[in-house]
Ligand binder design. Structure first.
Ligand code: PLP
Length: 361
C-alpha cells in the first residue's frame, strides 16, 4: 500500500530520504558491523554523530559562539520543570506569556518551584491570537519571560519577538524549531522536543546562552542542571543515541533543502495553499485564529457542523490523508504541516478540501 500523507501533530512525518538512509544503515553503520543502536556512546562513530549534529544546529541557526547546543531527554515537558528549577531563585518571579495549553502546563510547573506571573494572556479569547507588545506587563524582579513560539493545539504562532528588554527570554519552540530562520540572539534559552520538526521523539534540542548558565541554581541535582550536560557535550550519561542519529540525518536533509530560508519559503507556500481555501470559502471552512497570528505549522479549522467534521476526517483517512483530527481539547480539524510534510501532501489535502466542499457545501 505504501506511505500515507501524514498530518500527525507529533510524533510527525519524517523525510522519506532520512528513513531510507536509516534503513540502509540499520544493520551496519558505516562499516562498524553494527547498528547505531549497538554502538557505544563513547565510540568514535557516535562521537562523530554527536559532533556533526551539534555543528549542523549551529550552522543552520547561525548560532553565536556564546551559545551551547544540548541534546537532552524528557521532552519539552521536562524543560517545563528544568527551566524554573535552574533559573527561578533568589526571590525573583517567573513571567509567562499565556498562549495555550502548553503555556498553562509550563506555568504550572514553574509555580511548584517559585513565584510566577502572567505577563500577558489571551485565554479569555480562547487563545485565538498572540498578544502584542503593548499588552505585556512584567512583574517586579523578573527571572525570565517564557513564551511558546508555536501553539500546536490552538494553531497560533509568534511572528514577532516580544519586547522584554534585558530580561532573559526563554522559548518553547517544540513545534516550529528549524521551520524558519530565527533571531537566536534575542533568546537566552530555546528548547524543543524533536518529534515535530526535527526528528523522532526521545531527544530534546536545547540552545542556551552561556551568560544564563552562570545564573543557574546551585541546589539542583546534577542531571537536572544544564551545565552538567553542557560540560559533558551531551554525553553525561547514555544519550538517546538512535534519536540523535536521526536528528542528525534530518539536520542534513534541511541543509540539502537549502537551509532555513528555503525551508521557510516552502512552508509558507504549503500553508498558503490551505489557508487560501479557508479564506475563499469562509461560509464553509472557518478558522478560529486571528489572521496575523496564524501558524504556518498547525492549521486549525472548523466545518459548519461536528457531523461534517467527523465525515471529513473519515473520508480523508480513506483517501490516505491521516492525522487531521483536531486536538481533543479544541475539536475540529488540524493539519500539521511540518518541514517533512511535502508540498504534494498539501496539494492533496487542498484538493480534498475542495472536493468535500463541493459535495457538502
Ligand atoms: C508537543 C509539545 C510539547 C510537549 O512535548 P513533549 O516532548 O511531549 O514533552 C510542549 N510544547 C509544545 C509547543 C508542543 O508542541
Amino acid at each position: 500500500m505504501g506511505r500515507v500523507y501524514n498530518f500527525n501533530p507529533g510524533p510527525a512525518a519524517l523525510p522519506l530520504a532520512v528513513l531510507e538512509q536509516a534503513q540502509q544503515e540499520l544493520l551496519d553503520y558505516q562499516g562498524s558491523g553494527m547498528s547505531v543502536m549497538e554502538l557505544s556512546h563513547r565510540s568514535k562513530e557516535y562521537e562523530a554523530i554527536n559532533n556533526q549534529a551539534n555543528e549542523r544546529v549551529r550552522r543552520l541557526l547561525g548560532l553565536p559562539a556564546d551559545y551551547k547546543v544540548l541534546f537532552l531527554q524528557g521532552g519539552a515537558s521536562l524543560q517545563f520543570a528544568m527551566v524554573p528549577l535552574n533559573f527561578l531563585h533568589s526571590g525573583k518571579t517567573a513571567n509567562y506569556i499565556m498562549t495555550g495549553s502548553w503555556s498553562e502546563k509550563a506555568l504550572k510547573e514553574a509555580s511548584v518551584v517559585g513565584p510566577t506571573h502572567e505577563a500577558a494572556s489571551t485565554a479569555s479569547e480562547n487563545y485565538c491570537r498572540i498578544p502584542g507588545n503593548d499588552e505585556l506587563t512584567l512583574s517586579d524582579n523578573p527571572a525570565y519571560v517564557h513564551i511558546n513560539s508555536n501553539n500546536t493545539i490552538y494553531g497560533t504562532q509568534w511572528h514577532h519577538v516580544p519586547a522584554v528588554g534585558d530580561v532573559p527570554l526563554i522559548s518553547d519552540a517544540s513545534s516550529d524549531i528549524l521551520s524558519r530562520p530565527l533571531d537566536v540572539e534575542k533568546f537566552a534559552l530555546i528548547y524543543a522536543g524533536a518529534q515535530k520538526n526535527a526528528g523522532p521523539s526521545g531527544v530534546t534540542l536545547v540552545m542556551v546562552r552561556e551568560r544564563l548558565l552562570a545564573d543557574e541554581s546551585k541546589s539542583v541535582p546534577a542531571f537536572l542542571r544544564y551545565t552538567t550536560h553542557a560540560k559533558a557535550d551531551s554525553l553525561y550519561n547514555t544519550p538517546p543515541t538512535f534519536a540523535v542519529y536521526l536528528l542528525n540525518l534530518v539536520l542534513g536533509w534541511i541543509e540539502g533543502q537549502g537551509g532555513l530560508a528555503a525551508i521557510d519559503e516552502q512552508n509558507r507556500a504549503k500553508a498558503n495553499l490551505i489557508y487560501s481555501i479557508i479564506d475563499e470559502h469562509s461560509e464553509f471552512f472557518r478558522s478560529p485564529v486571528q489572521v496575523e497570528s496564524r501558524s504556518l505549522m498547525n492549521i486549525v479549522f472548523r466545518l459548519p457542523t461536528e457531523e461534517l467534521e467527523q465525515q471529513f476526517v473519515k473520508q480523508a483517512t480513506a483517501a490516505r490523508m491521516v492525522g487531521l483530527k483536531g486536538h481533543r481539547s479544541v475539536g475540529g480539524m488540524r493539519a500539521s504541516i511540518y518541514n517533512a510534510v511535502s508540498l504534494e501532501a498539501c496539494e492533496a489535502l487542498a484538493g480534498f478540501m475542495r472536493q468535500f466542499l463541493q459535495a457538502n457545501g
